[in-house]
Design a protein around this ligand. Structure first.
Ligand SMILES: Cc1cc2nc3c(=O)[nH]c(=O)nc-3n(C[C@H](O)[C@H](O)[C@H](O)COP(=O)(O)OP(=O)(O)OC[C@H]3O[C@@H](n4cnc5c(N)ncnc54)[C@H](O)[C@@H]3O)c2cc1C
Length: 447
């Protein structure tokens, strides 16, 4: 029998909004709690940076810098049945790889199309989630007490309340809590150090010597942007072998952009020594070193932990076996098509909660989670990448089909994904977003 549950979703980014839509569609009673004053999560650009904590996350949720453009084309960066078309009135950003504001517009349109704002409580920060006392000694059903504070109109008039829910869906994202390297002398270095979470615009780096640690998506974007204003930009990478020819070519084009191996130590006087023996005296260091999963409000009595970026144990990145189905996570997998994969996770959660889809026993889920990680470790995938799916579309399609009857990715989108990934890997890193990628086949789909 299908039943309706009272469900709290934490977060109104794409994961939380996908969850809200799927839960509503399945007939649940949904409340989405969102700490910010708007929906969109990371895509709600916040010009404030760090609240005086440039290596931490103190001031803001979003890590978007002003110049962010999608790394994935708009045809692929969308819900399965709600295409991310350019707006009809010509006011938006119609590029194939648009800027962050255009994606926020799309998220807001999605909310409007499915009436989601009716269930979203803005300015509402979840402070604590813990197991509620059982209703009857023998009912054995897990429920959750959620405590939150709601910001009022005036400073300081936040109200704290709590309520019991049948289920909680955690959808708080994964790009807010900076992950920092350990470098000798880092605590003594007296000049400017920040994590990319706190980077917004290049202006304050004008004329400086800047060291960038890490050369993944944010590191590449920020290094290129700063090479236009800084005197020198020095990028430190783990190894030169991992660099694609395209990246090396782009570096060679900028006279003031230099690559080095890892930083060996930082000195109080501003000197930075790299493992290859080279040295520079820098004004600023920006750590583009990624993020840690972080659930500070969640009290599971140790049944769920985060260990070197593995959230565990989690069955299929979604359900903690000992607490399923009343606790679930949407948005943990990395390098999947977003929002599509999170939509499939959300649909699965909604159907499990209503009783339409059974879960295996907690022992089986635990065994499956352990086997998954063992197989990945055997394949050489480090623990910190436990939830990175590397756009394995066979896995993604199988996940959706197996758990909730989610449709497979259309053939033309698969082809498009392969060419888009190849362009990021092999193409010109500075211009791949602007090259003409129009595939004639897409026109018949309305693009
Ligand atoms: C610089 C940058 C560029 C990116 N570029 C791309 C790209 O091109 N393509 C792509 O697919 N992805 C990109 N991403 C990844 C992006 O994060 C995901 O696309 C997507 O935003 C994840 O959505 P989410 O809902 O899981 O998390 P988020 O967007 O982080 O949303 C989580 C929400 O939870 C809320 N929240 C957190 N804690 C609480 C609490 N205690 N109480 C209440 N609310 C809370 C937050 O305020 C937030 O609104 C990028 C990320 C960054 C940082």
């Amino acid at each position: 029998m299908v039943s309706s549950k009272k469900v709290c979703v934490i977060g109104a980014g794409v994961s939380g909004l996908a969850s809200a839509r799927e839960l509503l569609r399945e007939g649940h009673d949904v409340t989405v709690m969102e700490q910010s004053s708007g929906v969109g999560g990371q895509w709600l650009y916040d010009p404030r940076t760090d609240g005086g904590d440039p290596l931490g996350a103190a001031g803001a949720h979003s890590s978007m810098y002003a110049s962010v453009r999608l790394i994935s084309p708009r045809e692929l960066t969308c819900f399965s049945d709600f295409p991310f078309f350019p707006s009809n009135d010509g006011t938006g950003d119609a590029r194939r790889y648009p800027g962050h504001a255009e994606f926020l517009r799309y998220i807001r349109d999605f909310c409007d199309a499915f009436g989601l704002m009716d269930v979203v409580r803005l300015n509402t920060k979840v402070l604590h989630v813990g197991l509620a006392p059982p209703l009857a000694a023998d009912d054995g059903v897990k429920r959750w007490t959620v405590r939150w504070s709601r910001r009022g109109d005036c400073e300081g008039d936040a109200v704290t309340t709590e309520e019991v829910f049948d289920a909680v869906v955690v959808a708080v994202g994964q790009y807010t809590q900076p992950r920092l390297p350990t470098i000798s002398g880092m605590d003594k270095w007296s000049r400017r150090q920040l994590h990319s979470h706190s980077y917004r615009v290049p202006d304050s780096f004008d004329g400086e010597v800047v060291v960038i640690v890490g050369f993944h998506e944010s590191g590449k974007d920020i290094a290129q942007e700063l090479s236009g204003v800084a005197r020198e930009v020095h990028v430190s990478v783990k190894s030169m072998e991992g660099l694609t020819p395209a990246v090396s070519k782009a570096v060679a084009r900028h006279h003031n952009l230099h690559l080095h191996l890892q930083i060996e130590c930082l000195c109080e006087d501003g000197q930075v020594t790299f493992a290859d023996g080279s040295r520079v005296v820098a004004d600023s260091i920006i750590y583009c070193t990624g993020y840690d999963f972080w659930f500070p409000f969640l009290d599971t009595g140790g049944l769920l932990t985060v260990d070197d970026n593995r959230v565990g144990p989690l069955f299929e990145h979604t359900f903690p076996p000992a607490l399923a189905p009343s606790l679930s996570f949407v948005g943990v997998p990395r390098l999947v098509l977003v929002p599509r994969f999170y939509e499939a996770q959300a649909r699965w959660v909604a159907q499990v909660l209503s009783g339409r889809r059974p879960l295996p026993s907690s022992e089986e889920m635990m065994r499956s989670a352990e086997e998954y990680h063992r197989a990945r470790e055997a394949a050489g995938v480090p623990r910190r990448l436990s939830h990175t799916v590397f756009f394995d579309m066979d896995y993604c399609d199988e996940f959706g089909a197996k758990h909730c009857g989610f449709p497979p990715l259309e053939g033309w989108k698969r082809d498009f994904l392969s060419s888009a990934v190849a362009r990021v890997r092999d193409g010109d890193v500075e211009s791949y977003r602007d090259s003409d990628l129009v595939l004639e086949g897409l026109r018949s789909e309305g693009w």
